[in-house]
Design a protein around this ligand. Structure first.
Ligand code: NAG
Ligand code: NAG
Length: 327
């Protein structure tokens, strides 16, 4: 066998177990420049923006101010989620820079639990402000490795490697104490900077099968060519025209590879979504139904997303929905 093809084979095998050679420098976007992994020296990785550049790009995007009729009023109640498996947060010594959100009691072994990795807004180091939402998702039978923990993790922001640690943890089998975790069913998800971190983590990592982007998409036009390397379905849940994610999600939705299933829904909340509402509010409901459709083939959940006339559809909840290439 030719040395080159055996090298490639080894690289593919290495990628499949998450030990690809990481990009360690600062990523400089340039057409045709596709680094091996989504790591970068800035939080959120190659799809993200440095804090220093954020102001410039926000000014350029020119979001209008104004109504956010669906933003939560006041703090929601803490619950164990509305799903069949009451859930909670756990601290796990096997993953010291994360918080795990999972059913309190491992569900029966015949219930396969998809794994989700989570990145916080601001690529922050404590998922506490998202806990109503994350507990809600977990209560439907998901194990979530959220980057960060209460009190922080001794760094100012989280990185792609922090996020990837959650995928590696699932793959290592250490998540099995929370139930029958299915590591062939991995979603990376996050809000704002954490969403870009989720997309950077999924980039060139074949273990990741779905990407969920909350209130965010790529800021810089010069980085959008990287979307060519995204080959798994992407769902965007955005907060309407006042959300900084709005103009960029409109662009990325059109630029993702031809034929790729993409979902995009907007609710008039602004950038903050409804995560703090009881059970994560309408964002909680939308994301749970998306996941139940994707991972459990739940026909009712699929109709809630795709059929405006179905009972409890996202459209009836006042989401504006656009989607393509789903069957
Ligand atoms: C798991 O097994 C229990 C008991 O046999 C059954 O009631 C339940 O429907 C099964 N759940 C799944 C997801 O197969
Ligand atoms: C794990 O997830 C994959 C992808 O959705 C699915 O095909 C497979 O049936 C799941 N395994 C189990 C045991 O449910």
């Amino acid at each position: 066998m030719a040395p080159v093809s055996s090298y490639l084979k080894a690289f593919v095998a290495a990628s499949a177990v998450g030990i690809a050679i990481r990009q360690t420098g600062t990523f400089v976007p340039r057409p045709g420049n596709f680094p091996k992994t989504g790591d970068d020296t800035i939080a959120g990785g190659i799809f993200c923006i440095s804090l220093g550049d954020l102001g410039t790009y926000l000014a350029r995007a020119g979001n209008p101010g104004g109504s956010t009729s669906e933003a939560p009023r006041g703090a929601g109640q803490a619950t164990s989620g509305s799903g069949p498996y009451p859930a909670q947060a756990f601290l796990d010594p096997a993953l010291p820079k994360h918080t795990i959100f999972a059913p309190k009691v491992p569900p029966p072994n015949n219930v396969s639990l998809p794994l989700i990795t989570w990145g916080n807004g601001g690529c922050g180091t404590d998922p506490n402000s998202f806990k109503n939402f994350l507990i809600e998702v977990a209560s439907h039978g998901y194990v979530i490795a959220a980057v960060g923990r209460q009190g922080g993790i001794g760094q100012s922001q989280t990185t792609v490697q922090n996020h990837r640690d959650g995928v590696d943890w699932g793959y290592s089998g250490k998540a099995s104490k929370y139930g029958n975790v299915n590591t062939t069913a991995i979603t990376t998800m996050g809000q704002s900077c954490g969403g870009l971190e989720a997309m950077s983590t999924a980039y060139h990592d074949e273990r990741v099968k779905r990407i969920v982007m909350l209130n965010i998409a790529i800021f810089q036009d010069e980085r959008r060519y990287l979307l060519q390397e995204i080959n798994v379905p992407v769902a965007y849940f955005i907060g309407g025209k006042t959300d900084m994610g709005y103009p960029n999600a409109e662009k990325d939705y059109k630029l993702l590879n031809a034929g790729l299933p993409v979902y995009k829904a907007n609710l008039d909340t602004g950038h903050g979504g409804t995560y703090s509402a009881t059970n994560g509010g309408k964002f909680g409901k939308a994301v749970v139904n998306y996941l139940q459709w994707q991972w459990r083939g739940d026909a009712k959940a699929k109709a809630i997303l795709l059929d405006a006339n179905s009972a409890g559809s996202l459209v009836s909840d006042k989401w504006t929905v656009e989607h393509k290439n789903w069957t």
